[in-house]
Write a protein that binds this ligand. Structure first.
Ligand SMILES: Cc1cc2nc3c(=O)[nH]c(=O)nc-3n(C[C@H](O)[C@H](O)[C@H](O)COP(=O)(O)OP(=O)(O)OC[C@H]3O[C@@H](n4cnc5c(N)ncnc54)[C@H](O)[C@@H]3O)c2cc1C
Length: 375
């Protein structure tokens, strides 16, 4: 029997968050849900970090949390975030929690190693094709990404990060480094991101903002080795552990789908902040809203990040394209000229009008006004 009330395409962050919240709120007590993912198994593949401006269901899946973060350029800025801790969720703990939560519910069926190749609407139902088999549902939530022809310039935040285990003692900072611009900028923007994991263990990520979707692993690794030796000043033995690689589009996807019963979720629903790549908390926020609508039997439609952030991010990206190799200075200025609360609220889609104005006024005015007028 391939008929379900709901189908979720993608058992990643947004698909599983939605499944978990639906199960928790008893929507799936009397209704059925099938989840499809092309992946064969679940293993740690991401660390999701954010400032905790919004309570969500996965605070028991943390790798760690911190009350300060650092930004490094010509000098060092410490952002005090004791009111909104900087948290990192371990995707392995997240997957395990959700798999355990749904394991008793016979109304949920998980299809791994099942890529969804086609979706269409027929007689008021949605039909999907996976492995040449047809599945039907009344409502489909779709987190699969299809990069299409939006007018935005195609630039990416691409990165490679890995855990580094030091054999000898090393003097590591107690706090994450959000951005360390003390590295070769190429013709674009380049920075390092670090999370301290113990006295002798750190997660180091080399991140580029450019028109490339990725570099080779050898290139990323040579950057990380250089960072360990030059920036951390460590010349002894070390080994590598968990690693992740990613490429987050800094543009949005065309949203229109011809079918009303296919709801985009996650990054595919443009829940990524174009300027920063932050998505995790937006997913949690919108998932809760969506589940409330399902409970109240309200019409479900595709969701959007508040338009003021999309507008400001669009200007930011235009400036970035013109000021490619100076962008590190603009980022650094943002952190230097504003207080932590305003920056965190702005980057977490939680800022008020006054905070927005403060952030805008802290930017190099001539460049930004020129882009605003050309909009
Ligand atoms: C390595 C990495 C680190 C990140 N770190 C952060 C961070 O620190 N903070 C933050 O806010 N954001 C971060 N992001 C951005 C964003 O939060 C994540 O990409 C997040 O996982 C997006 O959730 P999602 O559900 O949209 O996509 P995913 O979590 O990628 O889930 C999509 C799922 O759909 C499946 N799928 C795709 N196509 C099909 C298909 N046709 N058929 C079946 N299955 C399909 C995929 O296999 C995948 O499992 C990161 C992204 C990456 C790649």
């Amino acid at each position: 029997m391939n008929n379900f009330d709901f189908i979720i395409i993608g058992a990643g962050c947004s698909g599983l968050s939605l499944l978990y919240e639906m199960n928790k709120s008893n929507i799936l007590k009397n209704k059925t849900c099938a989840v499809f993912d092309k992946r064969k198994k679940f293993s740690k593949d991401k660390i999701w970090s954010y400032w905790n401006v919004f309570e969500h269901s996965f605070s028991d899946c943390l790798l760690d949390q911190w009350d300060k973060v650092i930004v490094k350029g010509n000098e060092e800025i410490i952002l005090d975030c004791k009111d909104f801790a900087y948290q990192s969720v371990d995707s392995e703990k997240f997957y395990n929690k959700i798999l355990k939560n749904i394991s008793d519910n016979k109304n949920i069926k998980l299809f791994l190693d099942h890529s969804v190749d086609e979706i269409r609407e027929e007689n008021d139902q949605i039909i999907i094709n996976s492995k040449n088999e047809l599945f039907k549902a009344n409502l489909v939530f779709d987190s699969s990404l299809k990069i299409n022809n939006s007018k935005d310039s195609k630039i990416y935040q691409h990165f490679y990060g890995c855990e580094v285990n030091f054999k000898e003692n090393i003097n590591l900072s107690k706090y994450p480094t959000l951005m360390d611009f003390n590295c070769d900028q190429g013709n674009w923007t380049h920075f390092f991101y670090t999370l301290p994991l113990s006295d002798k263990k750190i997660f180091i990520e080399t991140t580029w903002i450019s028109d490339q979707q990725n570099s080779t692993i050898d290139e990323y690794m040579s950057e990380i080795n250089e960072y360990i030796q030059k920036n951390l000043n460590y010349k002894k033995e070390y080994t590598f552990g968990y690693n992740e690689m990613g490429s987050i589009p800094m543009f949005h996807f065309k949203q229109k789908t011809e079918y009303k019963k296919i709801i985009k979720i996650g990054a595919a629903a443009n829940l990524t902040r174009k300027s920063t790549g932050y998505t995790f908390l937006n997913i949690q926020n919108f998932t809760k809203e969506l589940v409330q609508k399902l409970i109240k039997n309200q019409i479900i439609s595709n969701v959007q990040i508040q338009s003021k952030y999309n507008f400001l991010d669009k200007i930011f990206i235009k400036v970035l394209l013109e000021q490619k190799s100076n962008m590190h200075k603009i980022f650094f200025r943002l952190f230097k000229k504003n207080n932590a609360k305003d920056i965190i609220s702005f980057l977490s889609n939680d800022s008020n009008f006054i905070q927005d104005i403060k952030i805008i006024l802290s930017m190099p005015k001539l460049i930004f006004i020129k882009k605003l007028l050309n909009f």
